[in-house]
Design a protein around this ligand. Sequence first.
Ligand SMILES: C[S@@+](CC[C@H](N)C(=O)[O-])C[C@H]1O[C@@H](n2cnc3c(N)ncnc32)[C@H](O)[C@@H]1O
Length: 304
Amino acid sequence: MSQPTLSKAISRGLGFGMAFTGGLWVFITWQRRKHAKNESSSPGFWNHTSSISPYQSERKSTSSIGSIAAVAMGTHNLSIPTELPTEDARMKIFDQLSEIYDSSLQVDEFFLRMGKNRQFLIRKAKGLVLEIACGTGRNLNYYNEATVSEVHFIDKSPEMMHRLKNKPISHKKIFRSFTVGDVNDLKFKDDSFDTVVDTFGLCSFEFPEKALNEMIRVTKPGGQILLLEHGVGRWRVVRWWQKRHLHQHVYSWGCYFNRDILSFIENRADVSVTDIKRKHFGTTYLIQLTKNKQPLQTTPSEVS
Ligand SMILES: C[S@@+](CC[C@H](N)C(=O)[O-])C[C@H]1O[C@@H](n2cnc3c(N)ncnc32)[C@H](O)[C@@H]1O
C-alpha cells in the first residue's frame, strides 16, 4: 500500500472509531433518559427528600461503562463510608434501587449480553420452580412454559417484589406465588422443587453459604440449582480493581461483587457440579448444580 493510501486508511479508521464511540455515547444517554423519565420519587434511606442515594444518583446518570471509565480515570469523587453497610442498610438500598433497577441495568446488560446468559440458564428450568431473590423479575421472559409447570418467587425487598408484580408478564398462569421473604427462612418442606433459580443473589445475601444450604434443602434429589452470579475475577488486576471498588459497589448496588463463588460449591457432598461457565474476565458465573440422590461419601484425605 502506498503512503497516501495508508494514511487515508488510518484517518478513515480513526474517523469511524470516533463516530462509533460518539454514536454509542448518544445511544446510551438517550436510553437512560428515556427510561429514567417516568420514574417517580419517594422518601428514601439516604435523604428523605430524595429516594436515590448519592451513589445511586451517580449510577442513574451514568452507565456502568461510563462509571468504569470515570473510576479508571479517577474522575468519580465520592466520599464513600469506610464501614461496609449492615444487612438492614443494604435492604434499604435494594428497596430504593427497585425504582431505577430495570432502567439502569437495561443498557449495561445489553452490552454484556446478560440477556443471553439469563436465557441460557433459565431455559434449563423444569417442573416446579422456585426463584429466590427474584428482584424486579428480569428472568420472567425466559421461562419456557413447555417445560416449567409452576414458578414461585421470593424476595426480601417488598419494593422489588412490587415492581415484579406490576409487570403484565407476571400474570402468566405459570407464575404462581410472589412472597416477600428471606432466603434463610424458606417456608417449604425439604425436597419440594425440581429447580431452584438464583440470579445475582449469592452476591447480595448477608450469609451466602447459609442461603445456598437452604436452596439445596428445598430442591428434590436429582433436581437442579441454577445460579447466575457476580464473583471474583480470574485475573489479578481484575481482582485488585474489584477490591478497590467494593465499597462503592456495595453502596451503589447493595451487593458484594467479588465473592469467591466457587468456594461455596466446592467439596459439597449434597450437590454435584453439572456445568460451570465464566464470562467477563471470569466475573460472571453460570453454574448448574444437581442435588445428589444420596450424599456423596467423602473419602478420607490421603494427606493427613
Ligand atoms: C442484585 S439483586 C438481583 C435481582 C434479580 N435476581 C436479578 O437477577 O436481577 C439481589 C436481590 O436479592 C434480594 N435479597 C437480598 N437479600 C435477600 C434475602 N436474605 N432473602 C431474599 N432476597 C434477598 C434483594 O432484595 C434483591 O432483589
